[in-house]
Design a protein. Structure first.
Length: 92
């Protein structure tokens, strides 16, 4: 299969995009609320204490790690050019 020549360049976010001490935004608060609802644990006091982006980041990281423990494992990357699934032969 030919590789696509369409490449979309995504710029790095500016250095001030994340400020650990900035008050939490509605978007982050909504994400916290959704994660809290999904986790269904008794974390109301911790959730209500979130006031900054840093607090939200730590909370989201904690809940995500609990929901996806396999994410901590480093995934082995295949060498460049390696074929993950060899093509099947139509002859059989």
């Amino acid at each position: 299969m030919a590789k696509s020549r369409n490449v979309i360049s995504v710029p790095r976010p500016p250095a001030d995009a994340f400020n650990r001490h900035r008050p939490v935004s509605e978007l982050l608060w909504t994400q916290v609320e959704h994660l809290a609802a999904i986790a269904k644990t008794r974390i109301d006091a911790e959730r209500r204490a979130i006031r900054t982006e840093g607090d939200a980041s730590a909370f989201i990281q904690k809940i995500t790690a609990a929901l996806h423990p396999e994410g901590k494992k480093k995934r082995a990357r295949s060498p460049k050019g390696a074929v993950k699934n060899p093509p099947r032969s139509s002859k059989g």
